[in-house]
Ligand binder design. Structure first.
Ligand SMILES: NC(=O)c1ccc[n+]([C@@H]2O[C@H](COP(=O)([O-])OP(=O)(O)OC[C@H]3O[C@@H](n4cnc5c(N)ncnc54)[C@H](OP(=O)(O)O)[C@@H]3O)[C@@H](O)[C@H]2O)c1
Length: 438
């Protein structure tokens, strides 16, 4: 029986899951493939560290170059994370005509273009299912299952850490500080959670997804990105009054000049958003991930599952290894083409984004304030869908006044807020949360 040799770089959470699955499911995988996947080498940094999954000592190395130099390694599985060393490893593998599987969204978001070009030049494959939403097969869905369709929008909960935090805040009414500490204690958040809570991780993932869905070529710094640290328990209380729950969403959608080649644009943004409590994404609790796609032929569809962890993520990596092995066995690398070099759509400026808004004003309790705010919004064509005011027992305290708007242009909303915040009767900066009807 034909053997396909693989080398695993990185033996942490995901690397351990990959080896476990390859060992536990070896028989089934062999039956499905008609070939054996053989791990030739496992590279890690600290050979003395104790690990939950054991590796046969003969396979262990601390030199990444071993994977490149060993001719028996046909597929390099990059699971070390980070950008620079991972890029050198992946580029070295592709240059030697070895196929690559990676789970590394940071690498793909920063240097995906170079990696895909190298793969094309060398006639080899790069698979990266685990890079977005862990075990949820969103990449394969976009590359293969919906290849017939035209996707108009994607909207997802793609970061389990922030979804865990927001779910706990919504359900227990707690502030973000203690909930983040709990997430760290339970292993849902890193010791340094910045990349997650800032929305940066979700922006990297959105770049990877939008490239497949729309043919964009975005860098994470181009995505409008707002994190969750500014959210307060009060935002959840207000949201509930309007029938909403609060999620960190990654959103990309087509807008402007539909169907006109070269003139099409997409919005790309990551930010906390109110969504209807009855929507599918509102039911995505805890550390779970989900993506809702809207495409012309299929309509709305949703993928849901575990976005992280050794076994879910390991299963996505092993599925990639199996797919790649099928290409090797059938002599058809590049069977599923990588995203095109040319961008098919441009990014719409963030000022032109259109959605509905929740605007929370803190104002003096005096006559005419509500009418003045309404007039300022109306002067910029911002139409109001609902208004709520909360009685304050203390007459000197700021009165919270909440407006929910119909769809409006971001630049107009920002300009109206700036004008309202300059007025002496506004006591605190206005809070803005976008609303998505998923
Ligand atoms: N964890 C998840 O649930 C998850 C989900 C989706 C995607 N991912 C992605 O998967 C990748 C791996 O994540 P992880 O959570 O498994 O990371 P991790 O637990 O920190 O493991 C990283 C592994 O890489 C090894 N390593 C790092 N630099 C190395 C080097 N220069 N040479 C040799 N070995 C090196 C480390 O060795 P030592 O063990 O000796 O230190 C460790 O075994 C990342 O790109 C991550 O974004 C992770």
């Amino acid at each position: 029986m034909r053997e396909v040799g693989i080398g695993i770089a990185g033996f942490g959470t995901v690397g351990g899951g990959v080896l476990s699955i390859l060992q536990r499911h070896a028989h089934d995988i062999q039956a499905r493939l008609g070939a054996r996947i053989v791990v030739k080498r496992v590279v890690l940094r600290d050979a003395g560290k104790s690990r939950p999954v054991e590796v046969p000592a003969a396979l262990v190395s601390t030199r990444l170059e071993d994977l490149l130099e060993d001719p028996a390694v046909e597929v390099v599985v990059e699971l070390i994370g980070g950008v620079d060393q991972a890029f050198d490893l992946v580029a070295g593998a592709l240059a030697r005509k070895k196929h690559v599987v990676t789970a590394n969204k940071a690498l793909l978001a920063a240097r995906g273009d170079e990696i895909f070009r190298l793969a094309r030049q060398n006639g080899v494959d790069v698979y990266y299912e685990a890079a977005v939403c862990g075990g949820v097969p969103i990449i394969r869905t976009l590359r293969e299952s919906l290849a017939s369709d035209r996707i108009n929008s994607l909207m997802g909960i793609v970061n389990g850490t922030t979804n865990f935090i927001l779910t706990a805040m919504a359900e227990r009414g707690e502030a973000i500080g203690p909930v983040l500490a709990e997430a760290q204690r339970l292993g849902y958040a890193e010791a340094d959670p910045t990349l997650d809570v800032s929305g940066g991780d979700a922006a990297q993932k959105l770049c990877v997804l939008a490239q497949l869905a729309f043919g964009s070529r975005l860098k994470p710094e181009e995505v409008l990105t707002e994190g969750i640290m500014g959210l307060s328990p009060d935002d959840f209380v207000w949201g509930r009054e309007f029938g909403y729950t609060l999620k960190l969403l990654a959103v990309a959608r087509r807008c402007g000049a539909p169907g006109t080649p070269g003139a099409e644009q997409i919005e790309a943004r990551v930010h906390p958003a109110f969504i209807p409590q009855a929507s599918l994404l509102a039911g995505v609790r805890g550390a779970m991930n989900a993506v809702v796609l809207r495409s012309e032929a299929l309509g709305a569809s949703m993928l849901y599952g575990q976005g992280a962890g050794a076994m879910p993520t390991g299963s996505a990596v092993v599925s990639d290894i199996i797919d790649l092995t099928r290409n090797i066995l059938s002599g058809s690398p590049g069977r599923v083409p990588l995203p095109p070099e040319e961008a098919l759509v441009r990014l719409r400026g963030h000022a032109e984004i259109r959605c509905a808004y929740y605007l929370h004003f803190s104002v003096k309790d005096e006559p005419g304030v509500l009418a003045r705010i309404a007039a300022t919004l109306a002067a910029r064509s911002i139409s109001v869908a609902a208004v709520q005011q909360r009685e304050q027992p203390d007459a000197a305290a700021p009165v919270p006044l909440v407006f929910v708007t119909h769809e409006a242009r971001e630049a107009d909303v920002r300009a109206a807020i700036a004008e309202i915040d300059r007025h002496p009767s506004t006591l605190e900066p206005t809070r803005l949360i976008r609303i998505e009807t998923v």
